[in-house]
Design a protein around this ligand. Structure first.
Ligand code: DP6
Length: 337
């Protein structure tokens, strides 16, 4: 099935030949998975092998301003700089816009402002596509439901399906081949003391995209067959930990889930290894601090940077131990700038 078929199904009776407004702006937070999405059952539609669960990063995310342009092509600015539409991200964006061009002469001017490093494993594409979908919805006046917006965001990037909300979000894998049952859903529980610390080792773009790395893992890793069961167990444990505010259980499960994901990549061929020497040094420091009774855990995505998980009462100590950490309070800082 093609992406355009899904868009047609969702926008049936909602297409307008002219947008409702001259421009629209939307914000979406970035998100970090506590139980990872790693592997697709459908590469075209970004349908995952397993469900996943994330925490949104409050005021770290993307604003997208969208309008139509008279130019005979799309124009995209990222943080004030014009994007080369022949770059890989430029091509990906144009292909995404193609899905929503109600007539072939319709082109978009897009201004994306993001306050997280792009392509460094900090889910910049997740908040980018989620804010884009919300801006499209507002521009055209589609009035889509949240699950429909999540499906459209997923067509841009899988993890974008979880970036439409603040807080904990579960993306259910779904079973249908059209993916209309594969979308994110907000988990109602809040946890005001919950903190995430960004430990940025490098803002450089990753050498291998998560898209390529996850497909290589699915097709070549002998460990991948163990991953779906690991996720199934971790997801139910995480939901239990969130429901009972059991931070140790949450931290241990999230860290173990990330390490298992990286173990599947390491056993892929050619191997995928995102860590830098500093990543390993930091992991060992976190483990040593935990030995001393510190309730501190980490997770790692498709890049060398780590994200710390801890409670607010330990924020000062975390800042002392990791002077460059950027601390986010997902349930307290949901203002948009
Ligand atoms: C390691 O969502 O970037 O961050 O669907 O191909 O765009 P595509 O992949 P993407 O992969 C995210 C991978 C991850 C884990 C996660 O966010 O769940």
């Amino acid at each position: 099935m093609k992406k355009s078929d899904i868009v047609r199904t969702l926008l049936k009776n909602r297409y307008r030949h002219a947008p409702l407004h001259s421009s629209a702006t939307a914000y979406a937070p970035s998100n970090i998975a506590l139980c990872k999405y790693w592997g697709k059952r459908d590469q075209e539609l970004n349908l995952p092998v397993t469900s996943s669960l994330s925490i949104s990063l409050a005021n770290k995310g993307s604003f997208t301003e969208l309008s139509l342009t008279q130019n005979p092509n799309d124009v995209v600015f990222v943080n004030g700089q014009q994007l080369d539409l022949n770059s890989s991200f430029g091509k990906r964006l144009q292909a995404y816009f193609d899905l929503f061009r109600v007539k072939s002469s319709l082109f978009f001017e897009t201004n994306i402002k993001t306050n997280i490093p792009i392509g460094a494993g900090l889910a910049s594409s997740a908040c980018g596509f989620a804010s884009m979908v919300m801006a499209l919805n507002a521009l055209f006046g589609w009035e889509l439901k949240e699950n429909e917006l999540s499906i459209l965001a997923r067509l841009g990037s899988g993890s974008a399906s979880r970036s439409l909300w603040h807080g904990f979000v579960e993306w259910r894998a779904g079973e249908q081949s059209d993916g209309l049952d594969s979308f994110g859903e907000l988990i109602a529980d809040t946890w005001p003391e919950f903190c995430v610390g960004l430990l940025i080792i490098t803002e450089a773009e990753k050498e291998i995209s998560s898209r390529v790395a996850m497909q290589r893992t699915v097709t070549t890793s002998p460990l991948y067959s163990a991953w779906p069961l690991k996720v199934k167990n971790d997801l139910s444990t995480l939901k239990r930990a969130i429901g009972s505010k059991d931070f140790r259980l949450l931290g241990e499960t999230a860290e173990s889930n990330a390490l298992t994901m990286h173990a599947t990549m390491l056993s892929a061929w050619p191997p995928v290894f995102y860590a830098l020497p500093e990543t390993i040094t930091l992991m060992k420091k976190i483990w040593a601090l935990r030995e001393q009774g510190f309730m501190l855990f980490f997770t790692q995505d498709a890049g060398p940077n780590l994200k710390l998980l801890f409670l607010e009462k330990d924020a000062e100590a975390v800042q002392r131990e990791f002077p460059h950490v950027d601390i986010i309070k997902p349930f307290k800082q949901t203002s948009k700038e």
